[in-house]
Design a protein around this ligand. Structure first.
Ligand code: DGL
Length: 282
């Protein structure tokens, strides 16, 4: 059995392309339909209500495209609004990034002390804490919001003194608490993996939620007999949509994806807003 329909992936912006990169690494035959809400990015400093509304609009747009599975690649939306989206999207599996990362961390921590770094909204929502402690209630979880990491990545300062100093500032508390595992709970942070690893040392395990999410997607599709045959997919067969073209768009997309995007479509925000109104009226 196989299913050649695409996998839908959305994020507040381009960061979710780190998840797309892992999906292609594991499943070269899949096609992706990606939505990056670049016009309203970042979501991480917004209220829960706004994050829920934006996340729902993003999900509904992708649901119009005959997808076989929906990936909520944004950690902020996964932390704040996954249940909310799951209630509306019942026809297909919905995969967020929190649970796969939490499971991986619970397996890796020998000291039973896990750090989570993410946007302010992600840390405030506490979804990682709940998901890790559902695996093992004895694990202590230490969250730290790192709001400066997203703009540093978007400025391309991946290997820069400013980023190293910022990482030292944010991570000092976590390291003092004795964590032996840190979840990179934001789409942008896998691009800072080397800088963070250098700072925390090789004895601290870094969990990349993007990688574990891709594994979960593969397992779900395999169990449903829904994987695509090898020839059907890949980057060139996929579709990428954004709500605004940022000036450094292509450059940023290439650093997130590790390859050039084929073509990019612009979706007007009014379309997203209308979809949510229609859903609310039904
Ligand atoms: N995509 C967001 C996340 O993973 C980071 C950027 C934002 O704040 O919107 O949490």
């Amino acid at each position: 059995m196989s299913d050649t329909r695409p996998i839908g992936v959305f994020d507040s912006g381009l960061g979710g392309l780190t998840v797309v990169r892992e999906l292609f690494r594991l499943m070269a035959g899949e096609r992706i339909v990606y939505l990056g809400d670049t016009a309203r990015c970042p979501y991480g400093g917004r209220s829960e209500e706004t994050i829920r509304t934006f996340g729902m609009q993003d999900a509904l747009l992708l649901m119009e495209m005959d997808i076989k599975l929906l990936v909520v690649a944004c950690n902020t939306v996964s932390s704040v609004a996954l249940d909310y989206i799951e209630k509306s999207v019942k026809e297909i599996p919905v995969v967020g990034v929190v649970l796969p990362g939490a499971r991986a961390a619970a397996l890796r921590t020998a000291e039973r002390k896990v750090g989570v770094i993410g946007t302010a909204a992600t840390i405030r929502a506490g979804a990682y804490v709940r998901a890790i402690q559902a695996q093992d209630p004895a694990i202590k979880v230490y969250g730290k919001a790192c709001p400066l990491f997203v703009p540093l990545v978007e400025e391309g300062l991946l290997d820069h003194e400013i980023t190293r100093l910022t990482a030292q500032y944010y991570l000092a508390e976590l390291l003092d608490s004795g964590v032996d595992c840190i979840i990179l709970g934001c789409t942008h942070y896998p691009l800072l993996m080397e800088t963070i690893q250098e700072l925390v040392g090789t004895r601290t395990h870094l969990v990349d939620s993007a990688l574990w999410t891709a594994k979960e997607v593969k397992d779900i599709l395999a169990a449903l007999g829904g994987l695509s045959p090898e020839k059907a997919g890949g980057l060139a067969a996929s579709r990428f949509m954004v709500t605004d073209y940022a000036p450094r768009f292509k450059e940023l997309a290439a650093s997130f994806l590790g390859g050039t995007l084929p073509s990019i479509e612009l979706v007007g925000l009014e379309k997203l807003t209308k979809l949510c109104e229609t859903a609310a009226a039904v």
